[in-house]
Design a protein. Structure first.
Length: 81
């Protein structure tokens, strides 16, 4: 398994950019990922939180995880009284 050497969210391009230990450069377009995955403002908010606060978890979710299941579990709408 390749290891992530560096990662950064590039605000200008809205991409998470990775450099792997074998020299591979990888860029994930966060806007395109949100357009494909998020169906509500709650889901977009959860993805945004990961992008800014834990880009490694975001990358792992997009590349290795099940983002649809993750978003269904963490981004539930609740009624306010």
């Amino acid at each position: 398994m390749r290891k992530i050497v560096s990662r950064e969210f590039n605000l200008d391009t809205a991409c998470v950019e990775l450099c792997l230990d074998d020299g591979t450069l990888l860029s994930i377009d966060c806007t395109a990922a949100e357009n494909e995955l998020a169906n509500s403002m709650y889901q977009r908010s959860e993805l945004d939180y990961l992008i800014y606060n834990d880009p490694v978890a975001y990358v792992n979710l997009i590349l290795n995880g099940d983002p649809d299941l993750y978003l269904k579990v963490v981004a539930k709408k609740t009624q306010l009284d």
